[in-house]
Write a protein that binds this ligand. Structure first.
Ligand code: ZN
Length: 263
């Protein structure tokens, strides 16, 4: 482009160029001023003081607490379970030659059962044979713990027995409780189940007449104090785990194989 040809347009072009430069300069200057102003305004020391920030963080943390804690607050309370230590507070039960009594063995096992159930969050009543609490007793389940004779009968006198309360109004519940006890106790201890030697004494057990008829109840003879002596006296933890497993199976509605007939 030559000087001549563009002469007439020069002032316009110059003005336009100068205008553009001026505008650009002004734009940059005002943008710079704006940024500088904004930076000054939004500096943490100005708008967000350290105290303000920490207060905001604290309130954010506070807001989180109820959201996390809410579900646990609505958890339903666990049902009451009753455990009777056979003969406790009344008589020794079977007495072995070495002085060991059935009552001592029952109480040790029953105490551990109560301990295991409490550890799972269940409220437990540990009761004596004729405990005043048993009158019209109401609970999710009641289990009385006993043991069989110290005398040697024969090689078949080993294993455990379970019998349900006969007069209960909820037969299906009592039946499920006994099935749970048989199944879980057997798998924990490896002892065999004596289904043909349930005596009328077990089924007409006095405790069953005292309690509320809506309370599912069972009596378990955890073993024979002769052939099962070592397991009962030296490993009461295994015995008690077996009983507790059976009760938990019932109160938690766990699936069980129904192949084992309930008495
Ligand atoms: Zn007994």
């Amino acid at each position: 482009m030559s000087e001549h040809s563009t002469r007439t347009k020069l002032p316009t072009t110059r003005r336009s160029k100068s205008f553009s430069l001026l505008t650009a300069f002004q734009t940059i200057a005002s943008a710079g001023f704006l940024v500088a102003t904004l930076l000054t305004l939004w500096t943490p020391s100005n708008l967000f003081s350290n105290r303000l920030i920490s207060e905001m963080l604290v309130s954010m943390q506070r807001n989180e607490v109820p959201e996390v804690a809410l579900p646990t607050m609505t958890a339903a309370p666990k049902p009451l379970i009753g455990i009777v230590a056979g003969h406790w507070g009344n008589d020794p039960g079977a007495v072995c030659e070495n002085g060991t009594t059935e009552m001592d063995v029952n109480l040790r096992i029953a105490t551990l059962v109560a301990q295991y159930l409490k550890a799972e969050g269940y409220p437990v009543d540990l009761m004596q044979e004729y405990d005043p609490k048993l009158r019209i007793y109401q609970a999710a389940a009641l289990v009385s713990i006993h043991n069989d004779s110290c005398q040697y009968v024969n090689e078949e006198a080993t294993g455990f027995k379970v019998a349900a309360a006969v007069g209960t109004v909820h037969q299906e519940k009592a039946s499920r409780l006994t099935s749970c006890l048989i199944n879980r106790y057997q798998s924990r201890t490896g002892l065999k189940y004596h289904e043909n030697t349930i005596t009328p004494d077990m089924q007409e057990y006095h405790t069953f007449d005292e309690i509320n008829s809506a309370t599912p109840a069972a009596i378990i003879e955890t073993g024979f104090l002769n052939l099962d002596y070592t397991l009962l006296t030296e490993h009461p933890d295994i015995v008690a785990r077996g009983v507790a497993d059976g009760i938990l199976c019932y109160v938690r509605n766990e699936p069980i194989e129904w192949s084992t007939p309930a008495p």
